[in-house]
Design a protein around this ligand. Sequence first.
Ligand code: NAI
Ligand code: MG
Length: 394
Amino acid sequence: MSKRTIVAMPGDGIGKVVLPAAIKVLDKVGFEAEYVHADIGWEFWCSEGNPLPDRTIDLLAKHKIGLFGAITSKPKSEAAKELDPTLADKGYVYYSPIVGMRQKFDLDVCMRPCRSFEGNPLNFIRRGPGGTIEEPAVDVVIFRQNTEGLYGGVEWTNPPQQVRDALNTHPKFKAFASVPPEELAVSTRLFTQNACNRIVGSAFAYAKKFGYKSVTICEKPNVIRETSGMMLQTAKRIQKDYPDIELWNTNIDAQMMWLTKNPEDYGVIVAGNMFGDIVSDGFAGLVGGLGFACSANIGEEVAVFEPTHGSAPKYETLEPSIVNPMAMMLSACMMLDHIGESEKAEKIRTAIAEVIKEGKGFTYDMLKLRGGPEALEQGAASTDQVTEAIIAKL
Ligand code: NAI
Ligand code: MG
């Protein structure tokens, strides 16, 4: 196969640590690729007034596949303060480059697998009958709609009169009709049929490809009838093409209550933007949290793979680094799956599983230690040691 070109965007903080570690593992497994570096993050906000420079967008548009570490973002006032003085008062406004990427390339399908690895001390355990301890194997893949819904950004405080007029046409708005304009805030939850088709269709296709027995729609259609209802109706229609896969339907609130009761029963889960954010963090907590939470943002053309964690600035300059590179490596495996290199992805996942099972290379988070240089003296493995242990298995 010809060499792939991958756009490598380390970003800020520990993004610069975990992305190179993942590339080492990709090299070792024999994935032939050329990595072109692309700028993203706080540094470029400060120096250019744009955390997602056009040259990065051009590279993604050209090469289609991105591996992304993490970025730092700060509140508005700090963003203004840290902007290069020559750029001040030129109208630059900070925005999230991640949201920017999702919008620019319509990366509407977000996948977040949450799988427990045997031997991970962070795995969820619960009490079983007769005082026994159970450690259910969790293997859930959340499909979160990434571009619409409550995070779509269509919102107002003190909405313009036309918006109020439109809301007034709804009988239920009577209850709010006398609220003074400046005391009214509105955030919309817009779903489109096309996006519902894409997220539900992707979930069923994935369930079939990887042998999951169920797809669960995790919404709230009994209350949020229109948007959650559209998602559920879409799933009922699409399920007809997948007679071997069961369609389940849970409410987000009940799902979170049941999270620890029977997480092993779920396979593929679909949710809108906000509920998907919530339910994926919930499941990630059962399998080790941020050090393991990988993700993919997939559009029709472009796809970007990234760990869910941020830039962890307090570890940015810590030498040797102690952060867990597995979430980044597992994100790289999702990239391999996406481009038809699942065999290599499986090899890396197996190597990670073996290292964890042997219990020799645990980073500080897995040992529930306080992060800091002293973690290494207390028995934690460094980022490099874990990376080398995984490479040795390959
Ligand atoms: P964070 O994810 O960077 O860190 C949260 C906690 O988890 C910290 O204690 C951190 O040390 C730990 N942690 C994170 N990744 C780890 C890893 N691989 N191994 C071991 N421990 C790990 O989130 P936080 O502290 O809320 O935000 C820090 C910066 O990152 C902020 O500027 C925030 O805006 C940004 N951020 C960026 C994200 C992204 O790039 N996707 C996502 C979340 C936050
Ligand atoms: Mg989140």
